[in-house]
Structure formats: structure tokens, C-alpha cells
Design a protein. Structure first.
Ligand code: GLN
Length: 447
């Protein structure tokens, strides 16, 4: 039925870059057989899952929505993919993203636009555009995306689905094509909080292939899920309700907070004084790491090689010049500049200092509250094309999401309401490191 839904709907939505039908049907049959013999492997057994095309699976394309990886087939699988297979889930197809996960709208994909299922003239958000749209359009019940600076939570919010960015180190990044290694995590998209908990349960935990993946066991996220949190203290930062916040989004977030108070939660005003620097800080650190990570795409090791070269240097230059899109080039140039001799202290090291202050703001706020609530994005889904020519405006739309990546803390986006024109709006909950269980339980209370 998922394959049929893709046939019927994806022509107008554009979430999938590649669907592996035969393999999916075989896996579904194997799962049916397990069901008939009582060997079901858990809640994900037999469920088709879409995969952001930056998470490698052996034998499958992994383009990162970039021309430079056109035709590339991964020789190995990400740890999260191995774990999905082991749980009986069925990675069904590869879904669209902004090129190398850089962007917030799908417009940076070298291949296609993805449209918001609730209004096809609008963006589904990004960079995990296809993940969010494929779940929102009920083409698959779940998806894996990656969140370097909001790329799970922002599209989840704009598409009306659940999206969770785990604590840095909770989920293995082995097999995720690196954009900004110190910021990113793979995480789930789903229709409800149970789905996010089940997916996280499957992918979380230690992996010797990723030295930044922590060596502590993941909690059992499903066991406690339906137990509401008593005496929940919800931090409400005034910085999240200032200028630039759409009034309809603000109302929906405030209504969600009112629901929590009906459950006995207490709202606590908190301060995050350095949050105003988070966009500037992120857009130094992320491009710096990207400029280094993307050096491996040289026309020799992977993917596209330009025929227009005369020597080694022109081979590099032509392959990269023709293979990367404009936003990726912009990031490589910004990052190379910020890291270069004479500027590294002024920009990169300064950004690292501010990053520490942003983390300390959260540590102080979490002395007073259990979770921090606020909007995910300043506005509902914007029109495709509206911000495409204005990279700065696009960057500013990440204002509420990227501090969690800088601080390494977990955060979830859950559907909270609808605008008058029928667009979904999410609520964001952030917690101290390794409190995914608490975030999921708190999110469950709103369903
Ligand atoms: N909008 C962010 C960026 O363009 C999203 C990054 C991400 O989380 N992958 O960098």
C-alpha cells in the first residue's frame, strides 16, 4: 500500500529520488511470514521507512541530492540502516534533501523540488524535505533524516509530523555523509510520538564505528512513553517570543503550553541570553566543518569527474566547479575563509567561544526547568521561491532550531495546531543531554 501511495501521490510531491520495489516487496513477504509464525521482531517489523539520501545503504544510490554523487552507489551501510533491517523494518526508498543537507526548503536539491503535501505551492522545509513530506503524505509511516541545524525539526514542523534530533552521540553517524560532524545526528520522523520512540529505540546506542557515539546504553523509550510526567516544569524563554515570530505561530505555541498547564505542568520563565548569536555562530562553524568534510569530493575518489581537465589541479577544479551547486560552493567559500590563517582566531575560534556560552545558557536554564518549550520556526511553511534568492533570510529561519545543535542537546518537534489557511505548526521541546525519554513522554502528553 505504501508503493501504491507513492505511485498515486509522489508525482505531485516529489519526495522520492529512488524506490527499490522488488527488494521492498520481498522484505514485506519475509515479514508476513514472521508474522504468521509468531516471530515478529518488534514494533517496526514490516514497516516501510524512507531514508534521507545522505544515509548510506549498501547497493543503494546515495546522491546527497548533489550532481557530484550522481550515479554513486554505496558499498556499505550506515549503522542505523543495519539496525533497521535487524528490526525487520524495510528501507523502501531514498528521499530528497537540500544538497548535502545545506538548506531549509528543498530548493537546493540538484534533482527536484519537494512540495509540502498540505499546500503544494509551499516548501516542506529542509534539509530533510523528502523525509517529512513522505511521512506527511502518508506514503510511509516513518523516515530517517539528519539534523545538523534543524533539518529534522523544521521540516517536521512545516509538514505536521513528529521529528526528533537526538543528543549528540546518542545515535551513530557511521554511514551518514558528513556535513558538519560536530553538530549532526540522525533521527526519526513519524506520524506520532510512539513511532519516533520506536525508531529511536532501534537506531540509538553505542557503535564502535563512530568514536563520538557514547558508550552508555540507550533508555527504553517505549516502556515509559504513556506515563505522563508529573510536576513538569516547562521553561519558556522570552527570547523565543520576540520580534519576527508570526502571531499565528505564537498563538498555537501558547495554546499548546496552556494544554500542558491543564496537565499540571508549571511554566517557568527562563533566559537564553546568547541565543541571539546562534545563527551567526552556526553559520561560521557549520561551513567551516563542511569545507573540510567536502574536500573528499575531488573527482577522483567519488562520483562525478569532469572531462574538462588538463592536469590534476584542473581536474579537481572542474569536477568540483561542475559538481557542486551554488549553496554548497557558498558554504565551502565561507568555511575556507573562516578557517584561513589570520581569520581563524577572529571567526572560527570566536564562534567556538560563543558556542560554549550558548551551551552554558542551556545548562543554567535547565537548573530551573525540565524542558524548554517554544516555536520550531518563526513562520509556517513559506512559498517555494519566496526565500530562494535570499540566503540570509533562509539562514535566519533557523533561529529557533540551531542552538540545540550547537549545545548538543536533544529536541523534538511535535504537531501543535493549524493556521487559519490550513498549514501545520509544530511545538519544540528541548531537554538536557540524554533526556530523550523525558522529551518523548512530554511530547506524548500533547497527543
Ligand atoms: N538550514 C540548515 C542549513 O542550511 C539546516 C542544516 C541541517 O540541519 N542539515 O545548514
Amino acid at each position: 500500500s505504501c508503493l501504491n501511495a507513492i505511485d498515486q501521490r509522489d508525482g505531485s510531491i516529489g519526495a522520492f529520488l529512488h524506490v527499490d520495489r522488488e527488494r521492498a516487496l520481498q522484505a514485506a513477504e519475509a515479514s508476513d511470514l514472521r508474522r504468521s509464525t509468531g516471530e515478529v521482531r518488534g514494533p517496526l517489523d514490516g514497516l516501510p521507512i524512507s531514508i534521507k539520501d545522505a544515509i548510506c545503504e549498501a547497493g543503494q544510490p546515495a546522491t546527497c541530492a548533489s550532481r557530484i554523487l550522481e550515479g554513486y552507489v554505496s558499498p556499505y551501510s550506515a549503522t542505523v540502516i543495519d539496525r533497521l533491517h535487524a528490526a525487520g523494518a524495510i528501507p523502501l526508498g531514498r528521499v530528497n534533501l537540500d544538497e548535502f543537507a545545506m538548506g531549509s526548503s528543498s530548493e537546493n536539491s540538484a534533482y527536484q523540488l519537494t512540495h509540502n503535501p498540505w499546500d503544494l505551492t509551499r516548501t516542506p522545509g529542509g534539509s530533510s524535505s523528502g523525509s517529512a513530506a513522505s511521512v506527511a503524505a502518508r506514503m510511509v509511516p516513518g523516515s530517517l533524516g539528519s539534523d545538523t541545524g534543524g533539518s529534522i525539526r523544521q521540516p517536521a514542523s512545516l509538514c505536521g509530523v513528529v521529528g526528533l534530533k537526538p543528543t549528540y552521540g546518542r545515535v551513530s553517524r557511521y554511514g551518514l555523509v558528513a556535513f558538519a560532524s560536530s553538530l549532526e545526528q540522525i533521527g526519526p520522523f513519524s506520524l506520532d510520538v510512539f513511532g519516533a520512540a520506536a525508531l529511536l529505540q532501534t537506531i540509538a546506542g553505542h557503535d564502535p564505528h563512530d568514536s563520538t557515539c557514547v558508550n552508555t546504553p540507550a533508555e527504553d523509550y517505549l516502556q515509559t512513553l504513556d506515563t505522563p510526567l508529573a510536576d513538569l516544569r516547562i521553561g519558556v524563554p522570552k527570547e523565543y517570543f520576540g520580534e519576527g515570530l508570526d502571531p499565528e505561530v505564537q498563538n498555537i505555541v501558547e495554546e499548546a503550553l496552556a494544554v500542558y498547564t491543564q496537565h499540571g505542568a508549571k511554566l517557568v520563565p527562563v533566559e537564553l541570553p546568547h541565543s541571539k548569536y546562534s545563527v551567526a555562530t552556526y553559520y561560521i562553524i557549520a561551513p567551516s566543518e563542511a569545507s573540510s568534510n567536502l574536500a573528499r569530493f575531488d573527482g577522483i575518489h567519488y562520483g562525478y569527474r569532469s572531462p574538462n581537465f588538463t592536469d590534476l589541479e584542473s581536474l579537481y577544479a572542474a569536477s568540483r566547479g561542475e559538481g557542486f551547486g551554488p549553496e554548497v560552493k557558498r558554504r565551502i567559500m565561507l568555511g575556507t575563509y573562516a578557517l584561513s590563517a589570520g581569520y581563524a582566531d577572529k571567526y572560527y575560534v570566536k564562534a567556538l567561544q560563543i558556542r560554549r556560552l550558548i551551551r552554558q545558557d542551556f545548562d543554567a536554564a535547565f537548573q530551573q526547568c525540565d524542558v524548554i518549550a517554544g516555536p520550531v520556526t518563526p513562520t509556517p511553511a513559506f512559498k517555494l521561491g519566496e526565500l530562494a534568492d535570499d540566503p540570509l533570510a533562509m539562514y535566519l529561519s533557523d533561529i529557533y532550531t540551531i542552538a540545540a545543535n550547537l549545545a548538543g542537546i536533544p529536541a523534538i518537534s511535535i504537531p501543535a495546531g493549524w493556521t487559519a489557511s490550513g498549514l501545520p505548526v509544530g511545538l519544540q521541546l528541548q531537554g538536557p543531554v540524554f533526556t530523550e525519554s523525558r522529551l518523548l513522554r512530554a511530547a506524548r502528553m500533547l497527543e
